[in-house]
Design a protein around this ligand. Structure first.
Ligand code: UT7
Length: 302
């Protein structure tokens, strides 16, 4: 995470909002901003930490898949910039654009390459500078987003952790969350209520689909790790699924919505905090611009 903190109190001086409104409606208290730090620099730091944690070196990486909607440039891709930083010269590299669902999409692609025998070790990195496409005069959006990066290493194994993935999209509804490639219209514009309804519906749909296909019950799932957008979305999902809200991990109060990076940032915190035990069944679930959604059911392996 970048060091610079933007608190709700600081936002009160920028737009007509209040700490109380933001906290009540979203759960967010503060978020991080990357300033002049590049998206690829955050990505490379997260990737290096993930590789250290996984005990792998750069020359073992067969593929780098980067998820972002805020790359530093159109080309070279974020994944190629990360490759250069790491010296992972044997990897093939490409980016995925599925907005806040980007990590779940990248995970599914990595899993497919590994299952197809085309890669053994895949670095998945999600890095976002949403502050660069945020209009800090628009209170509807500027209170929500933050910057950050997260990464995981996915490896072929005789005891695979990946059980199933489930992806979807609703391009026809894409206009409700939009950021243009053209400079004059690059900031996020959003119909919050429509995104909210979509989010609750697809979170439930994805979780139910993963449970049905695996034959598991929701009570068998140790943790749900959702995209960190709004605590009310998360509570609504927990209540509709009759799932203990305490088992749904959140850190959005500290970081806001970091788009594709939010799920791997959560995984890192949970891992470091000792919240993930070998053999735990975990559901990751995301939604976002596109509109897109996706989830994965995994068994945590150490
Ligand atoms: O990764 C995906 C990204 N997007 C999301 O996840 C967004 C999902 N949607 C949401 O999280 C919620 O819809 C929001 C947090 C964006 C908005 O919450 P809401 O309860 O749906 O509020 P609203 O848009 O219905 O607005 C209610 C009122 C409005 O005032 P009036 O018309 O009732 O007078 C807004 O103008 O709150 C006002 N408002 C604010 N007031 C203070 C909107 N933003 C703010 C604000 N501070 N920052």
């Amino acid at each position: 995470m970048p060091d610079q903190v933007l608190t709700n109190r600081a936002l009160e001086a920028m737009v007509d909002t209040s700490d109380e409104w933001i906290t009540d409606r979203t759960g967010i208290k503060e978020r991080r901003l990357c300033g002049d730090t590049k998206v690829y620099e955050m990505a490379a730091r997260a990737a290096t930490a993930a590789m250290t944690d996984a005990g792998i070196t750069a020359n073992e990486i067969d593929a780098i898949i980067a998820a972002t909607i805020t790359p530093d440039c159109y080309t070279p891709s974020l994944s190629c910039l990360v490759q250069k930083e790491l010296g992972a010269d044997g990897a093939f590299c490409f980016d995925v654009n599925a907005a806040c669902s980007g990590f779940t999409y990248a995970l599914d692609v990595a899993d497919s390459y590994i299952k197809a025998g085309k890669a053994k070790t895949v670095l998945i990195v999600a890095s976002e500078a949403i502050s660069r496409i945020t209009d800090y005069t628009d209170r509807n959006t500027c209170v929500l987003f933050g910057d950050g990066a997260g990464a995981v290493v996915a490896c072929a194994s005789d005891t695979p952790g990946m059980i199933d993935c489930c992806l979807g999209a609703s391009g026809a509804a894409g206009e409700v969350l939009r950021a243009s490639a053209f400079a004059e219209d690059r900031c996020v514009k959003m119909n919050g209520k429509e995104v909210y309804k979509f989010a609750v519906n697809v979170n439930i749909k994805v979780i139910n689909e993963l449970l049905t296909r695996s034959g598991l019950a929701i009570g068998d799932v140790s943790r749900v790790v959702p995209h960190q957008a709004n605590k009310r979305i998360i509570s609504a999902v927990a209540s509709k699924l009759d799932y203990d809200a305490d088992r749904i991990f959140t850190n959005l109060e500290k970081y806001g919505n970091t788009s594709s990076a939010s799920i791997p940032i959560c995984l890192d915190e949970m891992n470091k905090g000792g919240l993930l035990r070998d053999g735990d069944k975990i559901i990751l679930v995301g939604f976002g611009g596109g509109l897109t959604y996706g989830g994965a059911l995994i068994t945590w392996r150490r």
